[in-house]
Each structure stands twice: as structure tokens, then as C-alpha cells.
Design a protein around this ligand. Structure first.
Ligand SMILES: [Zn+2]
Length: 288
């Protein structure tokens, strides 16, 4: 087994997640409230194991739960941008998107006491303007795209995508991407959600989800040099008892596998300094 890094990230959406779905009656709002109840459980687990992590917190959560957010910062975790009310930036025009980013940049900067370094788009979608806005705000990295799994890469701007020509890839920017995946997110695995025309079934055994993630890590350690894997949790999802115990067991496995933990800003900084995370160097097939 080689070496590798796992980045635990927590999207503390709280009530904003339900606002963004226009579900404002007491029960969905209370599902968001549970996120704030779960945060101390997660902070306790991370502190017991001395694991650094990155939290993405909407401005709405910062203003609704200032004490809980201060505890996250006081425990030494990084906080990045995650919209104001968990809005999908695809629904905003450029002026609205810029205003939203300026507002949350101020809120998270005030919370952390230092300028934020990263952004994760709610709903993981960007507009053609988002990359420029992030660079203008001085951010180091984004964590919303899905173009790789074990390797950070530079975000492009100006891609030309049409239905009848090949992709015209735009220029690389200095913004680092720390890629995500729906398969590495607790929400679709675990959360039950009934919508007007569909059901997100969720409610899987947490052990099944963590077995998938253990194998993602095992494959990384076997066939990649110095890979890095980003996983996404939501306090309102992972904070239930059986899931917290599943998380504890998975962290036990990871420490037996010898992985390191880092904040996203730490990975982005080292990538910018030239650390070549996640080179494909397969051991599979070498013995044949
Ligand atoms: Zn979110």
C-alpha cells in the first residue's frame, strides 16, 4: 500500500438547504435544525482523533447559528464559502452572483478572522462567471467539479460547448480544483427525501457507503502515488447514531491503512507549490 490523503469535508447547510428547496414548513425546517444539534458530535469525534477538516457554511447558517459556527473555527477547522441561502448560482444573473459572493466572503472572513481560501457551490454548479469571481476574491481553490478523483487540477475558464462540435477547452486558471463526486457524498446514500414528482430513497446501511469509500481509498493507495480523496458529509445526515458509529469504524480503517488527513486549503497550497498528488502508477497487472 502506498501513501495518500483523505480530506473530510462537512457542508453545514442547516435550514438553508430547505429554504433553497422552498420547503419552509416546520418539519423540513426542523430537519435543518438537526444539523446544528449534530455539529458538536462531529467536532468531538474529530478532536478525539486529532483530524483536521474543512467546513463549507452558507452565510444563512453563519447568521442563524453564530455560536455553533464559532465552535467549528475554535476547534481549528477550515471554513469555506457555500452560498448565502444555499442558492444555485445558475439561477442568479452575474450582478446577483457577485453580490452574493461579496456578502458571504465578508461573513466567512469575519467568522474565521482571515480571508476564506475556498468555495464549494451549493448544488455543485457554477456559472460562466463563477471562476472569475472566485479569482477576483483571491480564493485558492474550488471544490465543486468532478473532472478527476485522486488528483487536484487547475480550473479552466471559457470552455466552448456546443452540440455539434468537439469541446473547445478554455484556458487553465490559477484556481485549484479539489474534485468531488455524488458517490462520495453522504446525502444521496443516506437521506430520504420525497419530492412532488420523485423520491430520493437514501436510508442505506452506512456500512455499505463506507465500504464503497474504503475501496475508493484502497484503489487510490494501490495504483496512485500520493493520491488525495475528498469526501462530503452533512451534519444533518451523518449526525444520527448509527451513522456516527459507521463513521468511527471507517476512520479506524483509514488509520489502519495509513492515510493522512488534511484540510482542502493545505492540499491546494501544496499543489500550487508543485506537489504532484495522484499520479497514476498502477500496481495492478505488474506481476503478470
Ligand atoms: Zn450544501
Amino acid at each position: 500500500m502506498g501513501s495518500g490523503t483523505v480530506c473530510l469535508t462537512f457542508d453545514f447547510d442547516a435550514v438553508s438547504l430547505w429554504i433553497s428547496r422552498n420547503m419552509l414548513t416546520p418539519t423540513p425546517v426542523s430537519r435543518g435544525e438537526f444539523g446544528a444539534v449534530a455539529v458538536p458530535r462531529i467536532l468531538n469525534l474529530l478532536s478525539e482523533r486529532n483530524i483536521p477538516s474543512t467546513w463549507f457554511i452558507p452565510g444563512h447558517t453563519v447568521e442563524t447559528y453564530p455560536e455553533v459556527c464559532r465552535e467549528i473555527v475554535a476547534a481549528g477547522h477550515e471554513v469555506g464559502l457555500h452560498g448565502y441561502a444555499h442558492e444555485n448560482v445558475g439561477n442568479l444573473d452575474e450582478r446577483q452572483e457577485r453580490e452574493m459572493f461579496c456578502r458571504i466572503h465578508g461573513l466567512i472572513g469575519d467568522l474565521e478572522g482571515v480571508p476564506p481560501r475556498g468555495n464549494r457551490a451549493p448544488a455543485w454548479d457554477l456559472t460562466p462567471h463563477t471562476v472569475d469571481i472566485m479569482i477576483e476574491l483571491g480564493l485558492l481553490y474550488d471544490s465543486s467539479l468532478m473532472g478527476n478523483d485522486y488528483s487536484p487540477y487547475y480550473v479552466r475558464r471559457g470552455d466552448e460547448i456546443t452540440v455539434d462540435t468537439p469541446v473547445g477547452f478554455g484556458e487553465e486558471t490559477p484556481l485549484v480544483e479539489l474534485p468531488v463526486s455524488w458517490s462520495l457524498d453522504d446525502y444521496p446514500h443516506l437521506e430520504y427525501l420525497r419530492l412532488p414528482h420523485s423520491i430520493l430513497p437514501g436510508l442505506k446501511m452506512p456500512g455499505d457507503m463506507f465500504r464503497n469509500w474504503r475501496d475508493d481509498v484502497a484503489y487510490m493507495l494501490r495504483d496512485f502515488t500520493d493520491g488525495v480523496l475528498v469526501v462530503t458529509f452533512h451534519p444533518q445526515v451523518i449526525g444520527r447514531g448509527h451513522r456516527m458509529l459507521g463513521l468511527e469504524r471507517w476512520l479506524d480503517e483509514l488509520s489502519q491503512m495509513g492515510v493522512a488527513f488534511d484540510r482542502l486549503e493545505g492540499v491546494a497550497e501544496q499543489f500550487l507549490e508543485g506537489r504532484s498528488y495522484g499520479e497514476y502508477s498502477p500496481r495492478y497487472g505488474r506481476s503478470r
